[in-house]
Design a protein around this ligand. Structure first.
Ligand SMILES: Cc1cc2nc3c(=O)[nH]c(=O)nc-3n(C[C@H](O)[C@H](O)[C@H](O)COP(=O)(O)O)c2cc1C
Length: 174
């Protein structure tokens, strides 16, 4: 069986809650939950399939230098990672009303770092069905991962996750 992990951060908020939902759908016995807060690049080695969970928070300050958040600290580990032969996907929390002009930007930021590290990304989601103005996560009409808005459309989350797991299952082996 393929070894699967969800690397997520921060803990206790919306990312954590959605990570738990994804874990439950795949099967809690099949997935290891790894808070990025206590992980390093060496932890990638233990898995064949990695799902990353991130939120876009405090982008203004990141444009200068990464904040001292869980992800701000962990991001350099992604650059050090060896993703050869691994399957990787991203889900990202955002707020499409208050932050319509930077909706889930950190999905794009993380996807960029993963691509630089030669990771192969899966689970790109069409922009149809989402309302926003701009997003650094979008290229050619696709988000680089799964956007979730628990602030303004939490009712859509279960269906979005279910569809996304089905999409991943074309390539991932759960
Ligand atoms: C200070 C702050 C800045 C935010 N900036 C953005 C943003 O630029 N784009 C976006 O889509 N969401 C933005 N959000 C919304 C969060 O991404 C959203 O609330 C998310 O669910 C937070 O998840 P977490 O509590 O697990 O970190 C921001 C939220 C806060 C509090």
């Amino acid at each position: 069986m393929k070894r699967t992990a969800i690397f997520f951060g921060p803990e206790k908020g919306s990312v954590n809650r959605v990570a738990d939902m994804i874990c439950a759908l795949i099967g809690t016995d099949k997935v290891e939950m790894v808070p990025v807060k206590s992980a390093t690049a060496a932890d990638f080695e233990r898995f064949d399939q990695i799902i990353f969970g991130i939120s876009t928070v405090g982008k203004e300050t990141w444009d200068g230098k990464p904040a001292k958040t869980d992800w701000g600290i962990f991001l350099p580990e992604v650059s050090k990672g060896n993703f050869a032969g691994k399957k990787v996907a991203i889900f990202g929390l955002g707020d499409h009303i208050t932050y319509a002009a930077s909706f889930v930007d950190f999905i794009g930021l993380l996807a960029g770092e993963l691509k630089k590290a030669d990771a192969t990304l899966y689970g790109q989601v069409p922009v149809e069905g989402y309302e926003f103005e701009e997003s650094e996560a979008v290229a050619d009409g696709l988000f680089a991962g799964l956007p979730i808005d628990e602030d303004f459309e939490p009712e859509k989350t279960p269906e979005r996750i279910k569809n996304w797991i089905a999409l991943l299952q074309r390539d991932f082996d759960f």
